[in-house]
Design a binder for this molecule. Structure first.
Ligand SMILES: *[C@@H]1O[C@H](CO)[C@@H](O)[C@H](O)[C@H]1NC(C)=O
Ligand SMILES: *[C@@H]1O[C@H](CO)[C@@H](O)[C@H](O)[C@H]1NC(C)=O
Ligand SMILES: *[C@@H]1O[C@H](CO)[C@@H](O)[C@H](O)[C@H]1NC(C)=O
Ligand SMILES: *[C@@H]1O[C@H](CO)[C@@H](O)[C@H](O)[C@H]1NC(C)=O
Ligand SMILES: *[C@@H]1O[C@H](CO)[C@@H](O)[C@H](O)[C@H]1NC(C)=O
Ligand SMILES: *[C@@H]1O[C@H](CO)[C@@H](O)[C@H](O)[C@H]1NC(C)=O
Ligand SMILES: *[C@@H]1O[C@H](CO)[C@@H](O)[C@H](O)[C@H]1NC(C)=O
Ligand SMILES: *[C@@H]1O[C@H](CO)[C@@H](O)[C@H](O)[C@H]1NC(C)=O
Ligand SMILES: *[C@@H]1O[C@H](CO)[C@@H](O)[C@H](O)[C@H]1NC(C)=O
Length: 810
């Protein structure tokens, strides 16, 4: 193309851009309805019209303004429309494209109607927005965006039988085209619905709808910050300079770009992250938009050590790098104060919170600094066309969380005075990056290196474990489908029968990834080093022809989980359940203390506790296990792995792994055992979905009887239950330091068993119990549990010192 023509083209485009940017947004479709009211009402700079929705039903209810918590839109909550049959509202749409749908709910009581008891679902076109409305006590605005491609929009309220629906106000407005991208990377958002989870303005200031061109509400970020003193709030609204080609006011207003939360570091040698934590529903993808604007450089800050320096930082999502060495100056072609935003789509299926962190760049000499101006998180509708938490695609039964590779799709728009063509080109060239942080990779490498070293020590005795592939094929009838006894993220588990008629379980990994291989090796190493009555024994392994096969002892009775719920296996009584807990606690206690360095299991859950023909518990699945910290360190830093619902919150937020993370997970298992229900049960009402939250709530309100599995309620004694609950609760302490050790848990469980067995007969004093449980049974027990064949020397020493006795197995 001729250069002059290109130049002209650029000029025309720039002018166009400028015109578009300068225009205040004026929605073509704009329905604002004050439901249940005969009057128009003004909220901010807009008028919500009296309710003239076409419906055969016209039940209007109202409440006094004083009863409503005062807020920007309190006026809207004063009235509501009641719908006691399926009601469809049709709005004609003039402009195809994305629209906001905002629904206002505030449950009050009026005559016979108690809106708190309403139960209903809401859908738009073919998307489920709400499947079963649960009234919260306070006012609530739900915000959605849909791409409307027809000439009408149909909003449907469906009350449950014997119930009714209500709505206090609604908005349907077209939104600026530029606001939501049609796709990110190769992912199209065109046909998907989004729900706003959270929209925050950093810098500890809320922004009201009237200050946003499409009337979005921005919360203050303060309540989401996880640390208290590593940041400072900055406000410099005049510093924002919207430039041609950059994001416009429609993307975010000056009051968002002009305030920020910034890293506050007084000592350049100290390195910290700022982290915000947001609750999300597991089982969905999320659209995350970061808003940045350098409002700090060039404004010498008296409070900021280090004067003016390069603003360079990393951005993380749940510890995964979303942007490395982000340099706003580069992104905005050196225009200070020019806004910049970055879009990311997460594929983090099994998380229940999103942690956003800003941290110093890895570049040498970079002064630790960084900031964030605004953040939006939107839930993306799933394949069922639903946004409701109960329609989540949770994979909790399959331990895929550790195998699923996490993908973040990243797109971004540049600001600055770059010509529009560049903008167009760049917005097409989204970079797509697979997220595995450098830190993660290196810990993984270290880990394998450690493993390899230890493997060389045990490799001689390992030789006996190596099985030829033909023997495995023979045992499993050539991996016959009829021999399959389980599935997992790693592959299939087969039942096998060896030549000598021994039954075995054969775990066959998908032949593939490095990660899979690392986990396979870890498991073989762990298992060949450790033998314990309460750890599943290794019989052999096979790595011929790229196969990754591990052969274990066969556990006749399957997983603990299957005995607790979701199957028709006979009920376990309380004593059996306690004994299973004790067995698994012994296994874990041994892992934690059985060698010079603790082994952290990392994936303790009821489906990893197996039961043999006598219902004796054995801990299995060591694919994620890690060697614990050196004596002089308190934790191992590592990427978060494990199973959703069982993850230690401290580990989740700080990535610091200790043996107390296993204790937390074990506490969750204990409640699973007591309550006989899954850790996450999306079919339950929202407040009961998460077992831990539900149990904690019941314990706080003193309803501890309510949580007990009805099938054991008759045989559990109150004393035993109390001891058990008290112990499990301690395991779930927020901080690892406050949790008991596995040894203490074990002691308490044995105590609970004693209480169960002896309560009916006679009372025994605590002292008697102390002695009988601890010094005799427990230490004898641990000695007897050692089915030691190839114990390491170190371990023998441990046993010797513990028993002050000779260890003749060595
Ligand atoms: C509400 O406002 C609309 C449009 O401005 C007007 O036509 C209507 O008469 C008003 N209704 C009431 C009850 O004031
Ligand atoms: C209003 O609703 C009635 C019954 O639901 C329907 O017959 C009528 O066509 C609707 N009118 C408009 C304008 O939608
Ligand atoms: C509800 O509306 C009726 C009729 O408009 C009015 O008389 C009454 O005072 C209102 N009640 C409250 C609590 O505002
Ligand atoms: C309305 O129902 C809720 C939940 O069922 C209850 O807590 C509340 O007391 C009820 N309010 C009135 C005024 O009856
Ligand atoms: C809306 O959907 C239509 C048809 O699929 C598509 O052409 C258009 O780009 C979409 N718009 C947005 C903003 O996603
Ligand atoms: C918000 O809007 C109001 C009026 O529309 C204006 O007075 C105020 O200064 C704005 N606030 C900010 C932070 O922009
Ligand atoms: C905004 O940036 C442009 C450079 O693109 C500069 O010419 C202009 O003076 C700046 N405006 C303000 C108010 O700083
Ligand atoms: C910030 O968080 C990331 C991800 O968790 C981590 O890799 C990094 O080391 C942290 N930086 C600091 C200084 O703590
Ligand atoms: C909803 O309908 C549109 C057009 O009729 C279709 O493209 C889209 O796939 C449907 N979505 C779902 C979740 O069924």
């Amino acid at each position: 193309m001729d250069f002059a023509i290109l130049h002209l083209f650029v000029l025309v485009l720039s002018v166009l851009c400028l015109m578009i940017c300068a225009l205040e947004f004026d929605p073509v479709d704009n329905y604002l309805i004050n439901c249940g009211s005969f009057e128009n009402i003004t909220v901010g700079d807009r008028v919500f019209l009296a309710d003239n929705l076409n419906s055969t039903q016209r039940v209007f209810v109202n409440t006094s303004l004083e009863s409503i918590p005062s807020s920007y839109s309190s006026n809207l909550y004063q009235t509501a429309r009641i719908l006691d049959e399926v009601s469809k509202f049709k709005f004609s749409i003039k402009k195809q494209g994305r629209h906001w749908i905002r629904l206002y709910f505030y449950p009050f009581s009026y005559g016979n109607f108690n809106l708190s008891t309403a139960k209903f679902s809401v859908s738009v076109q073919n998307f489920t927005l709400i499947k079963s409305f649960q009234s919260l006590s306070g006012p609530l605005v739900k915000e959605y965006t849909l791409n409307i491609t027809s000439t009408s929009l149909v909003l449907t309220f469906t009350p449950f039988s014997n119930s009714f629906a209500f709505v206090n106000a609604l908005e349907i407005i077209s939104l600026p085209d530029e606001l939501i991208p049609v796709g990110i990377g190769t992912d199209s958002l065109r046909e998907l619905a989004l729900e706003t989870v959270v929209r925050v303005n950093m810098g500890n200031v809320a922004v009201l709808p009237r200050n946003d061109t499409s009337w979005r509400s921005w919360e203050s970020d303060e309540r989401y910050l996880t640390s208290r003193n590593l940041f400072q709030f900055v406000s410099r609204i005049q510093a924002v300079n919207y430039t041609r080609g950059g994001p416009s006011r429609n993307i975010a207003p000056p009051s968002v770009y002009g305030t920020a939360t910034r890293l506050q570091v007084d000592d350049p040698g100290v390195s910290v992250n700022i982290t915000w934590l947001f609750d999300v529903d597991p089982g969905f993808d999320y659209f995350i938009r970061f808003h940045f604007c350098d409002i700090v450089t060039g404004h010498n800050d008296p409070n900021k050590v280090g004067g003016d320096h390069e603003l360079l930082f990393n951005v993380y999502i749940n510890s995964q790098l979303a942007s490395r060495d982000l340099d706003l100056k580069k992104k905005t072609s050196n225009v200070l104060g020019s806004p910049y935003y970055m879009d990311v789509v997460t594929r983090l299926k099994n998380i229940h919170s999103i942690g956003i962190s800003i941290g110093p760049a890895g570049v040498d000499n970079a002064y630790p600094d960084g900031l964030l101006n605004g953040l939006e998180i939107m839930k993306i509708s799933n394949v069922k066309g639903s946004l409701d938490a109960s329609d989540a695609e949770i994979q909790s039964s399959v331990p895929t969380s550790k195998k699923t590779t996490t993908w973040l799709m990243i797109g971004s728009t540049i600001g600055g005075s770059i010509i529009c063509i560049v903008l167009v080109v760049v917005s097409i060239l989204f970079c797509r990056s697979r997220i595995r942080t450098a830190a993660d990779d290196s810990t993984e490498e270290n880990h394998t290196a450690v493993g390899a070293k230890e493997a060389s020590i045990v490799s001689k005795s390992n030789m006996g474990y190596l099985f030829p592939l033909v023997a495995v094929q023979e045992a499993t009838d050539h991996f016959s489908e009829s021999m399959i006894i389980g599935f997992g993220g790693f592959g299939k588990v087969y039942k096998g029968i060896l030549k000598d008629n021994t039954k075995v379980a054969v775990k066959r990994g998908f032949h593939q990834s490095q990660q899979g291989l690392a986990e396979f090796m870890t498991e073989v190493e762990m298992l060949s080093q450790f033998r314990h009555r309460h750890l599943v024994s290794l019989i052999g392994y096979c790595n011929e022809k790229n196969e990754m096969i591990i052969i274990y002892e066969y556990m006749e009775n399957g997983t603990l989980k299957d005995h607790l719920y979701g199957s028709d296996l006979p009920n376990l009584n309380w004593t059996q359940r306690l004994e299973i807990c004790i067995g698994s606690a012994k296994g874990l206690h041994y892992l934690h203390t059985g060698s010079h360095k603790a082994i952290i299991h990392r994936d303790v859950k009821s489906s990893n506790i197996l039961l043999d023909e006598n219902l004796r518990a054995k801990v299995s699945d060591f694919g994620l296990s890690k060697i614990g910290p050196e004596i002089d360190q308190t934790h191992v830093s590592t990427a978060v792995k494990g199973s959703f619902g069982y993850l230690d919150p401290e580990y989740l937020t700080r990535q610091q792994l200790t043996d107390k993370s296993d204790v937390y997970s074990f506490g969750v298992v204990m409640f699973e055992v007591l309550c006989g229900r899954p850790v996450i049960d999306p079919s339950l009402p929202r407040e009961s979905v998460n077992l831990v939250e539900y149990v904690m709530k019941c314990l706080r309100t003193g309803e501890s009887e309510a949580i007990v599995d009805p099938r054991i309620a008759h045989d559990i004694t109150p004393e035993s239950q109390m001891k058990f609950v008290e112990t499990a609760e301690k395991c779930l302490a927020e901080y690892g330091a406050d949790r008991p050790t596995m040894g203490e848990v074990l002691w308490n469980l044995e105590y609970a068993l004693k209480l169960q067995k002896t309560t009916q007969e006679n009372e025994i004093s605590d002292n008697q119990l102390d002695n009988s449980v601890l010094s005799t049974e427990y230490s004898m027990g641990s000695m007897a549990d050692l089915a030691g064949v190839s114990m390491s020397k170190v371990f023998c020493q441990m046993v010797k010192s513990e028993n002050k006795d000779s260890c003749d197995i060595c």
